[in-house]
Write a protein that binds this ligand. Structure first.
Ligand SMILES: NC(=O)c1ccc[n+]([C@@H]2O[C@H](COP(=O)([O-])OP(=O)(O)OC[C@H]3O[C@@H](n4cnc5c(N)ncnc54)[C@H](O)[C@@H]3O)[C@@H](O)[C@H]2O)c1
Length: 356
């Protein structure tokens, strides 16, 4: 049985359906109500079988057009944004029509941003097909495109009308892409969700083998954690910052690697270990807790080495992070497993020491 939960503003939440083979007439058709035209946006790496199934269902209710971008982060661009909004205009899409985003975070982010701005906002539905998109980018309402000055610098908070997660779509993902999503899952376990932490600890093999029951529960727990945080702080003014656990150093590692050699999740795994080390040095967590965290990351075979990174090289990127307030760096640290806090009171030497 698929699981369901709600995210978004309390007054107007959107439904998220999670399970195996969830892209069905029963789940999709109610979301298409009243839309005469749909634009399915995907990228060249999304398996054709997924698109074919969605298109066949949509055709029962609406006229469906499609727009495919090249796979890869470069596609989250102003140029593609321009092409898509002009395509919508040329095909006479109006406010009653909708967009369906089918793919990873790249497709979800650009589709959401197009939806937020075309005719001052049309509805969109997310059908995320990577683990990262299923547990992270499809929930929380952040949409964005990249500009040459930086990633995600142009965007909007704009919630989808609904999200359908089919866990069987993970079967075609590369191991590397799967691991990138898994880093975010581990993050939810470390910052807030002990049930998830235990599930991750006890089911390594089942998770790596994509066992349906365990994956469904894992994604459900991840999204409920993100949804509960985001509902409290939609516009990222306070508590939502704990979702950045591991990301300050992770972003610095990514930026120093020029986003090429290392995937976001791989950098976040290293960043989470660094943040845990600082928490240990600050006596906020015990040796036993630190070892449990390191062992969990190791059990999923994350490369946690920092030998290619020097503190002096990462420092400018760390201190360029958005988390600087009144000249002080805010870091997300742990006061225990599944307990994150926002702190600017740590000893900077512990940050330096944790990278080496
Ligand atoms: N909006 C948010 O809150 C938020 C949160 C986290 C990340 N993001 C954004 O998400 C993006 C990264 O997303 P991602 O990791 O999903 O990368 P991605 O969208 O680039 O997808 C990774 C690759 O997997 C392919 N793919 C997609 N579905 C597949 C499937 N079922 N089988 C096989 N291959 C498949 C894609 O074609 C692509 O080549 C970044 O741009 C990041 O900024 C946004």
């Amino acid at each position: 049985m698929a699981k369901e939960l709600y995210a978004g503003p309390r007054k107007d939440p959107y439904k998220i359906i999670i399970g195996a083979n969830t892209v069905t007439k029963k789940n999709l058709l109610p979301l298409l109500k009243d839309h005469k035209k749909l634009l399915l946006i995907s990228d060249s790496g999304v398996p054709k079988s997924i698109i074919k199934n969605i298109t066949a269902i949509c055709k029962l209710k609406s006229k469906i057009l499609s727009f495919t971008i090249e796979k890869g982060e470069k596609s989250k661009s102003i140029s593609n944004f321009n092409k898509i909004i002009n395509f919508l205009a040329k095909k006479n899409f109006d406010r009653g029509d909708a967009i369906i985003a089918v793919g990873g975070g790249v497709v979800g982010d650009i589709s959401g941003y197009v939806a937020s701005s075309y005719m001052r906002g049309i509805q969109y539905i997310q059908i995320p097909t990577t683990l990262l998109a299923q547990v992270d980018s499809s929930v929380g309402g952040k949409t964005a495109i990249n500009i040459s000055a930086g990633k995600n610098l142009v965007g909007a908070f704009y919630n989808p009308k609904g999200v359908i997660i089919d866990i069987t779509s993970l079967k075609t993902l590369t191991k590397r892409e799967l691991m990138a999503g898994l880093a975010e899952v581990i993050k939810y376990g470390l910052i807030k969700n002990k049930v998830l932490f235990d599930l991750l600890q006890q089911n390594t093999q089942k998770i790596m083998n994509l066992n349906n029951g365990v994956i469904e529960k894992m994604i459900y727990e991840s999204i409920s954690t993100k949804a509960s945080i985001v509902t409290k702080d939609e516009k990222e003014k306070g508590i939502r910052a704990i979702l950045n656990f591991g990301h300050t150093v992770g972003h610095a590692i990514e930026a120093q690697s020029k986003y090429r050699k290392i995937l976001h999740g791989e950098a976040v795994a290293k960043g989470m270990l660094v943040a845990s080390k600082i928490s240990l040095s600050e006596n906020m967590i015990t040796d036993t807790e630190f070892n449990k965290i390191r062992d969990l990351l190791r059990s999923y075979k994350f490369d946690l080495s920092l030998e290619h990174y020097k503190y002096s090289d990462l420092k400018p990127f760390i201190f360029r992070d958005k988390k600087i307030q009144k000249g002080k760096l805010n870091l997300i640290l742990l006061t225990g497993i599944s307990n994150a806090v926002i702190s600017n009171k740590f000893d900077p030497n512990n940050l330096k020491k944790s990278i080496g």
